[in-house]
Design a protein. Structure first.
Length: 603
């Protein structure tokens, strides 16, 4: 599934006057639609943000699309600590305009700029996401004066947010749908509009197009208007009564999902289907979305009303929120419930079981069983280690890595001895875990005994995907074991399986083979992949000097780095170390988001 991120960085506008802009849009609308839907990708919208403040009108104040975004973050990126603060205010505009008789003549529309400085000073956001436009044209036909007020309001918002040293992302306005309220709308040419203009969405089309193409160095715009227009038109082809807003303005659950999925798309989310038509389908892979959304909306309601009240505003009729300290205390209780719910959502499919107090999942990947053990709290970057064979033997290093936020992975492809078929199956699982589940792009490999053939052969075929390799008495040449062509013991049954899995027709063909790890260390050295080998110097099954010893001398000659931990007088068993700290620290330091000597990032 292709996931396009849809943030636009706008530079210099050619639209020096509203009249020129309108003429350009009307004459070039197909081109505008093309530009709106075909833009360069951008970085993660929420990158490095700790507190995100949402500004907008009643659509934002309802909090529904923000709750969907929070749910996606909770299930996709549980390691992220991001506070999403909804400070939308019903009826608000950025243009400062208000239509005659608004709210029955009880009060004019509030203006964002009356409270904006207080919002920024009191919340100190890293990122502001603002969605204005729906109210800013005050539901009238297009006019240059109203359009200019909107443009000036957006420019002023941008200036103040950037002066507060925060980032700003502008959302284009949602759609206005006159179909369900057609009898309560007015046509063009009226003297006064105490009911909405029938074709008001065309005004919003223009506002949205300007936002995408507007002047302002460094502006970021996320277009939600065009996808909503398309979606509505597509649904109406088969259902003329379909609507995103029963009153033409305030979006239903479907409408909020359309906003949320454009925001989620920018995160590079893997488990949430951002092309799904409904939120339930978007979160189908994780399930239990409604209880999670309910908790997020409940917490948002507490904090939104408390913050809006503390900051102050000029809109009558708003719900009185709790004092901030009380609201924060109750929100913390809800946060614990949210964490429990998020953790109860299965991060992987298949059979769930307990593994030393951690959740284990066994599931099929192209006909082979994969095992993933999940940490209780995922470390940033989602680091992981992958076992070549004998998963679960000497589990102490894995348990400690799980405590440090690592995933532990194993794929059952026994008796393939790191052959091309095994490498192919590993490729399948790697794609599944990194593309669909967003595990780190570089993985730490654990090659215990024959597992060394799997780890090294896959690493040699995929050196740019490897953070480090830990070998424990690893087989690095099948001629040594199970072939027994040197000092080691021959295993007839295993040797026969080597011949079969590699497709050798005779022993002589296998002995002449030059594709063992000891023969192909160059790609690993080129990537400067660190190695650690733990071995017993009395090993008569997998002799260290025919495997680890050759790897060490050849790798160092190629400029590679290898650390050796010798166990004097120890044979092939027992594996590991009495104190596994050196093993855990090696894997941790090389997998957890560090950059190698070439400046690459292991994530």
């Amino acid at each position: 599934m292709t996931r396009r991120r849809n943030i636009k960085r706008c530079r210099i506008s050619i639209f020096t006057s509203p009249q020129y802009f309108i003429r350009f849009v009307l004459s070039s609308f197909p081109l505008i639609l093309f530009l709106l839907s075909n833009t360069a990708t951008a970085d993660d919208l929420l990158k490095e943000a700790k507190r995100v403040v949402f500004l907008g009108d009643s659509i934002t104040y309802s909090g529904e699309y923000i709750a969907m975004l929070e749910a996606a973050i909770a299930v996709e990126f549980p390691e992220r600590e991001i506070e999403l603060l909804d400070l939308g205010l019903p009826s608000e505009t950025v243009s400062g305009l208000s239509e005659p008789g608004h709210a029955g003549g009880n009060f004019p529309r509030p203006n964002l700029h009356e409270r904006l400085d207080r919002v920024l000073q009191q919340t100190h956001p890293d990122l502001v996401i603002a969605c204005y436009g729906m109210n800013c044209g005050i539901y009238h036909p297009y006019s240059d004066e109203r359009f200019e007020a909107y443009r000036q309001g957006i420019r002023k918002l941008s200036q103040r947010v950037h002066a507060a040293k925060s980032r700003l992302v502008l959302l284009t306005p949602p759609v206005f749908d006159s179909t369900p309220i057609l009898k309560r709308t007015l046509p063009a040419g009226e003297v006064e509009y105490r009911q909405p203009y029938r074709d008001y969405n065309q005004v919003l089309d223009l506002y949205s197009a300007w936002l995408v193409a507007a002047q302002g160095e460094g502006w970021q715009v996320l277009d939600i208007h065009t996808p909503m227009n398309r979606f509505l038109a597509d649904q109406r082809l088969t259902d003329s009564s379909f609507t995103l807003a029963d009153d033409g303005v305030h979006l239903n659950r479907q409408g909020h999902w359309l906003i949320a999925r454009e925001l989620i798309r920018t995160l590079g989310a893997a488990r949430v289907d951002v092309d799904a038509k409904k939120v339930e389908d978007g979160f189908a892979a994780v399930g239990m979305i409604d209880p999670l959304l309910d908790r997020f909306k409940q917490r948002q309601g507490l904090l939104t009303d408390a913050w809006i009240g503390a900051i102050g505003h000029l809109r009558p009729g708003m719900k009185q929120g709790l004092p901030l300290d009380q609201a924060n205390e109750q929100a913390q209780t809800l946060e614990l419930e949210i964490r429990q719910l998020a953790n109860s959502i299965a991060p992987f499919p298949g059979t769930k079981s307990d593994w030393h107090g951690f959740r284990r999942f066994d599931f099929d990947v192209n006909g082979k069983q994969a095992t993933v053990v999940v940490p209780q709290r995922v470390s940033p970057g989602k680091p992981w280690v992958w076992h070549g064979e004998f998963f679960g033997h000497k589990p102490e290093p894995d348990i400690e890595l799980l405590k440090r936020g690592f995933h532990i992975v194993y794929l059952q492809v026994p008796d393939l001895f790191g052959s091309p078929a095994a490498v192919s199956h590993w490729n399948d699982l790697y794609r599944e875990l990194t593309d669909k589940y967003a595990l780190a792009k570089r993985v730490g490999l654990v090659g215990l005994s024959r597992g060394g053939l799997y780890c090294y052969n896959w690493a040699i075929a995929n050196p740019d995907k490897v953070a480090c390799i830990y070998g424990d008495a690893p087989v690095c040449d099948f001629k040594s074991w199970p072939g027994g062509s040197g000092a080691g013991k021959r295993s007839e049954g295993d040797w026969a399986r080597v011949l079969e899995s590699y497709g050798f027709k005779s022993d002589a063909e296998a002995i002449a083979y030059s594709g063992n790890p000891v023969d192909n260390l160059g790609p690993l050295a080129d990537q400067k992949i660190p190695l650690l080998h733990v071995f017993g110097d009395a090993d008569d099954v997998v002799p260290w000097n025919e495997n680890t010893g050759i790897v060490a001398s050849r790798y160092q000659a190629l400029g590679g780095e290898i650390q050796l931990i010798r166990k004097p007088g120890i044979g092939h068993h027992p594996h590991g170390l009495d104190d596994s700290t050196p093993i855990v620290d090696f894997l941790d330091s090389n997998c957890r988001g560090g950059a190698d000597r070439r400046g690459r990032n292991y994530q």
